[in-house]
Design a protein around this ligand. Structure first.
Ligand code: GLV
Ligand code: MN
Length: 228
């Protein structure tokens, strides 16, 4: 027996709504702004827990122009580390004015030969806009295909949401990019750190079998990524 037309329509509407919710990055805001505020009163989103669709709002009457201003990207993070990379995050935790707006921005600095190592953002696509130098930027699709490009100052490359990606300085001097996200808190899963530096540890056997190598190789990798 066929369903009445109205119930089929309702089903279609429900599926479309569900699909829209799943495919979207952050939810749309329901007011002009919602500057994040910690329950304690000081304006530090990281000390408050994120709830759907974001952090609690500071009362609008107390919002000032500085809440929409972020100066931390005027300078970059140090690249004096084994990766030769420094990332200065500009997500809602650092910049509370982004709360509920569905976007954020990082600054990435790379020393010559430096790499922002393989990682993913579970909640966001990423637009890499190179401002100085030249970087090899690449990601791997779910089909295992590697897409990459040498990106120079003034050029951009986009990383679809959830794809494993990196930036690698292939120029002679320092390189710098701004990375823009369609999420106020994209999340970062660092591949090597996640697998070999998890706390508590992922058992050696699981890693050895997964990577088809012996336990000594896994121990060596763990020694590089385990804290303390
Ligand atoms: C670069 O990949 C970044 O996540 O900022
Ligand atoms: Mn990234």
């Amino acid at each position: 027996m066929s369903k009445p037309a109205s119930s089929s329509f309702l089903l279609l509407l429900l599926s479309a709504t569900l699909l829209a919710t799943v495919c979207r990055a952050d939810p749309d805001p329901v007011q002009d702004f919602c500057v994040a505020v910690a329950p304690g009163g000081h304006n530090n989103a990281s000390s408050s827990s994120s709830t759907y669709p974001g952090f609690p709002c500071k009362p609008a009457s107390t919002v000032v122009s500085d809440d929409f201003f972020f100066a931390a990207h005027a300078g970059g993070a140090s690249t004096d580390n084994p990766m030769g990379a420094g990332v200065t995050p500009g997500n809602v935790e650092a910049f509370p004015g982004l709360n509920t707006l569905g976007l954020s921005i990082n600054r990435v600095d790379l020393a010559p030969g430096g790499v922002n190592p393989l990682h993913t953002h579970p909640r966001s696509a990423e637009l890499v806009h190179v401002e100085a130098g030249e970087m090899l930027v690449g990601f791997v699709s779910t089909e295992g295909r590697f897409y990459s490009k040498v990106v120079r100052a003034g050029e951009s490359f986009v990383i679809p949401r959830g794809m494993v990606h990196f930036q690698y300085n292939v120029g002679k001097g320092a390189a710098r990019a701004m990375t823009v996200f369609n999420s106020q808190l994209p999340g970062v899963v660092l591949a090597a750190q996640t697998l070999f530096g998890a706390d508590p540890e992922i058992p050696d056997d699981v890693l050895a079998k997964s990577f088809q190598v012996d336990a000594d190789t896994i121990k060596l990798l763990k020694s590089k990524f385990q804290k303390g």
